[in-house]
Design a protein around this ligand. Sequence first.
Ligand SMILES: Cc1cc2nc3c(=O)[nH]c(=O)nc-3n(C[C@H](O)[C@H](O)[C@H](O)COP(=O)(O)OP(=O)(O)OC[C@H]3O[C@@H](n4cnc5c(N)ncnc54)[C@H](O)[C@@H]3O)c2cc1C
Length: 397
Amino acid sequence: MSILGKIFGSRGKSTQAADEPTSSGGSNAWSILVIGGGIGGLTAGIALRRKGFDVEIIERDPEWSVYGVGIIQQNNVVRAVAELGVIDDYVDAGFGFDHVKIFLPNGTEVAHIPTPALTERYPACVGIGRPALQCVLGDRAKASGAKIRLGRTAETINDTGDRVDVTFSDGTRGSYDLVIGADGLYSQTRDMLFPDAPKPEFTGQSVWRYNFKRPDDVQGLWVYNGTPGVGLVPMTDDLMYMYVTTAEPGNPRIPTENLASEMRKRMTTPSPMIQALVEKVTDNDGVVYRPLEWLMLEGPWHKGRVALLGDAVHATTPHLGQGAGLAIEDSLVIADELSKAATPEEAFQKYRDRRFERCDYIVKNSLAICKGQLGEGPLIDNSKASAEAIGVVSQPI
Ligand SMILES: Cc1cc2nc3c(=O)[nH]c(=O)nc-3n(C[C@H](O)[C@H](O)[C@H](O)COP(=O)(O)OP(=O)(O)OC[C@H]3O[C@@H](n4cnc5c(N)ncnc54)[C@H](O)[C@@H]3O)c2cc1C
């Protein structure tokens, strides 16, 4: 779905007073190019503008399209969004909740786990449609004064020591103090910076997702144990999405015209709730199928005046529901460090120092859950692992 019109059409929307950029501290006269207009790039743009930096964001996709299912945002992410100053628009666009229910495959409820809120007066967690999230972030990035240029990539990035000269795919050029690559799992910026860095790795598992009308009683995240792994996530008063994780050895390509029937075949969880949804999976275009890949950059996350954030450096499988949250937290930390440090080098190093352990924990523990489900490692108790992870990410960033 293209959200271009929506983002640019709704710029007059309210901006909370607290969301205006704050005064610049130390060396905030730097101009910064952000490569990638996804969750990480837009939140970086917003966080940097709030510190007073001059920001330009380039996005490869001229339509700025985002697929139409949703995303789970845990309590640390709600806290991060509050710190970004976007919380009211974000909560309004999603569905707040405060618990996870765990079910046996037959539908028997075995646990109701409350999730503590980390942000006063706001829900603990949020389920939100990806297009809705992109709209909230795109609107705010624009309103904050970040320049957004669509349909363009960086062809060359030349760090001269005191500037970074960039040539773009449309033949134009720019010169910036700093560049931040937030261009996702297959980051071109990472390839330019670190050609020998490890490549994304397929786990052996994939995820099928589909939107449904939300039944009244689905008021939180519902997780069905067993194989396949199934979950229901509320996104709005009217909508929820389902995810189904399955082993897909060899990473097969599924033709679009077969997506609905292939998803139905895999929805074998016997719970009456899930079985009632099987026959509703009819629209091939509504099925979002994704092979699950991961990547953790163990080495540096920057070189000179160019740094990376989000999936470009730490792409996690969604088993702990944290990938986008980590990207948002990265944005806050990199903006904070840039606003305090005397040199970009110092800021980028401190940013990685603050982020590495948490990101590594999420990537490795999510992967362990995945491998356990595939029978390639010990089976991990998902609810215990999630509770432990919440303890970790609840710590200040
Ligand atoms: C199946 C699945 C389910 C997930 N569920 C959750 C969840 O429930 N909760 C959660 O927190 N996370 C979840 N995630 C993870 C989350 O989607 C990612 O961690 C998050 O999107 C990372 O943001 P990013 O900005 O780093 O990368 P992306 O979202 O990939 O954004 C990168 C952007 O850069 C653009 N781009 C790419 N290359 C270039 C280039 N060369 N030049 C310019 N622009 C470029 C892309 O078009 C894109 O807009 C899930 C991931 C998957 C695969």
